[in-house]
Design a protein around this ligand. Structure first.
Ligand code: NDP
Length: 333
């Protein structure tokens, strides 16, 4: 094999353009590994990068995709063994380094996480950055004192990748979960993942005073904007809000009242540059006691590289749900 297929993103004199290309197979330099990628997954950030609607790439052209899983084909690092099943999420993928929408990925060995038993490349990518981010939110909330007795966890953008996994994960760990979703047709699916109640995007309780009646023990917010502002007004004393996303807007207009009169914490969640020990620990938990029990139900569709542009458009319109897998090379399953 001298070449491989990858979904490459350009920004040049012709403007933004992206598509499947035949690329020369790289040889790993010292400290790098070459991974034969079998599965990737589609995240919101991939849709922004692939369509050019968000400034995600710092250099062009690059192969897109912030997630990859497969087997080590060649290793130029003593830390990673050839043949091992591995995953990579975040770091420089599809930012300043080629990403996971390709049959091969050559990257620094210290970005690589061995796939723990309990997962395989396909299931690791059903989780992907979305699952890792949900686990990071859970971790930060638990460290900061979140417990089921504080009240239900509100999950916004609940039908999306991060949201669906968060619903399943928090429910699995004994929290009551309230899912907020714009997709009324997915109410039963969200209940099947563990949501005790499902609210429409405009059905959040409370008015717009700085402090409204406290109804949520904490929250996982994928939406930002007015949704996040309303959450700050309605979280109970000592509750935590994990701020993950901006699907509804990047601004936040609220007051300090929830923070100084209820001790509410707004926790920033940043999945890209998580130090390797915590990264490994969270993946080990995602493969064992934090493994979402409905992991297969969270997988909604599978595409090849040529199906990516259509999925990106759907995702940015809020029309996808759960996790969309990308099948590479000869992956089966
Ligand atoms: P998805 O597209 O899978 O999910 C986003 C969900 O948000 C949609 O399914 C929809 O859920 C809801 N939504 C979409 N548009 C709007 C809107 N205009 N107003 C309100 N809700 C909307 O994306 P991901 O799960 O991959 O990512 C979710 C968010 O988290 C994104 O903003 C992403 O950039 C961010 N993210 C951040 C990470 C970090 O490290 N901080 C890591 C991963 C993701 P519904 O229809 O059910 O309401």
């Amino acid at each position: 094999m001298t070449h491989y297929q990858g979904f490459r993103i350009h920004h040049d004199a012709a403007g933004h353009h992206a598509g499947v290309e035949r690329l020369p197979l790289p040889v790993p330099a010292a400290g790098e590994v070459l991974i034969r990628v079998s599965w990737s997954g589609v995240n919101y950030k991939d849709a922004l990068a692939g369509t050019g609607k968000g400034k995600i790439l710092k250099t062009f052209p690059l192969v897109g995709g912030i997630d990859a899983a497969g087997h080590v084909e060649r290793s130029a690092s003593p830390a990673v063994r050839e043949g091992d099943a591995v995953l990579v999420t975040g770091f420089g993928l599809s930012c300043d380094h080629d990403g996971g929408f390709a049959e091969y990925l050559c990257c620094p060995a210290d970005w690589v996480v061995p796939i723990p038993s309990g997962l395989d490349p396909r299931r690791a990518m059903i989780l992907g950055t979305a699952g890792f981010t949900a686990a990071l939110a859970l971790h930060r909330m638990l460290v900061n004192g979140q417990q089921p007795g504080l009240g239900p966890i509100l999950v916004s953008g609940a039908s999306g990748g991060v949201g669906a996994i968060a619903v399943n994960l928090f429910s699995h760990l004994g929290f009551e979960v309230a899912a907020v979703s714009g997709k009324t047709e997915l109410q039963d699916w969200l209940r099947g993942l563990g949501a005790n109640q499902v609210l429409g995007r405009n059905e959040l309780p409370g008015d717009r005073r700085p402090l409204e009646q406290a109804v949520w023990g904490g929250a996982v917010d994928n939406v930002g904007g007015e949704m996040l502002a309303q959450i700050t007004r309605t979280v109970a004393t000592w509750g935590n809000i994990a701020s993950i996303g901006l699907a509804g807007g990047h601004e936040l207009h609220t007051t300090v009242m929830p923070f100084i009169l209820r001790g509410v914490s707004l926790l920033g969640i940043h999945s890209v540059e998580v130090p390797q020990p915590l990264r490994g620990e969270l993946w080990t938990r995602l493969a064992s006691d934090w493994r979402p029990p409905q992991i297969e139900a969270i997988h909604s569709a599978t595409v090849g590289l040529d199906g990516l542009p259509g999925i990106f458009e759907q995702m940015l319109k809020g029309e996808t749900h759960g996790r969309v897998l990308v099948r590479l090379g000869g992956a089966s399953g």
